[in-house]
Design a protein around this ligand. Sequence first.
Ligand code: ZN
Length: 134
Amino acid sequence: MDRSENMRRIRSRDTAPEIQVRKVAHRLGFRFRLHRRDLPGKPDLVFPGRKKIIFVHGCFWHKHSCREGRVPSSNSSYWAPKLARNVERDTAVLQALDSLGWSTLVIWECELRNEVVLADKIQAFLSGAPAEHP
Ligand SMILES: [Zn+2]
């Protein structure tokens, strides 16, 4: 990856993954609302009729188990507690939504590379069928 490509990726990190998931869900024909403030965690995509919610999580900020989710070795005394708090908050939000009767799906940034698998996963979750790619 060259430098300019790297810069582009950094700049678009906050929103690009979410936009990609929205596009896929939309193409599959699902209707949704964005960032409903009346729900715990202000979920990224809300499907009110199905009582389903999709979060799009950046692997670094939400500490995914993949390579991108590792705590940086430099300055780790700063990052470790900060990232751990994010994970605690995520867990609390998912539990709160569950107790309100919402089903949730977390899509990780690294899962966006294969859009066919991504579409299958979203379709399976929203249609209630068992996921083919858990
Ligand atoms: Zn990941």
